[in-house]
Ligand binder design. Structure first.
Ligand SMILES: [Zn+2]
Ligand SMILES: [Zn+2]
Length: 105
């Protein structure tokens, strides 16, 4: 009975492992997450600092710190999980038409 689908409240999302598309997000401690690409197995750390999700990947350094973007794939991932934008059924921020949880608009 513990396998039934549950809602995915924000506080819970920070404690458990979640998936966001092809990434696995794990909460590892005080405002810190580990994001793993399920395709390549690469892992990066994302930390919440001053309301921003900062990542230690090369892209964050290149595109965000020294570039015009405000997030990398990993920090976007964590933000979506924490903000409860990810559907627990299909693990995508926007449900696919095939998602059983998709509601009519
Ligand atoms: Zn990153
Ligand atoms: Zn969905």
């Amino acid at each position: 009975m513990s396998t039934q689908s549950r809602s995915f409240p924000t506080a819970e999302a920070t404690r458990r492992r979640a998936f966001y598309g092809s990434f696995a997000v794990a909460f590892v401690g005080a405002a810190e997450w580990e994001v793993e690409s399920r395709a390549s197995g690469t892992e990066y750390r994302v930390m919440l600092r001053d309301g921003r999700f900062e990542c230690d990947c090369p892209s964050y350094n290149y595109d965000v710190i020294h570039g015009p973007r405000d997030h990398c794939k990993h920090s976007r991932c964590v933000a979506a999980v924490v903000n409860d934008e990810v559907c627990p059924h299909c693990t995508m921020p926007r449900c696919r038409p095939s998602c059983p949880n998709r509601s009519d608009s």
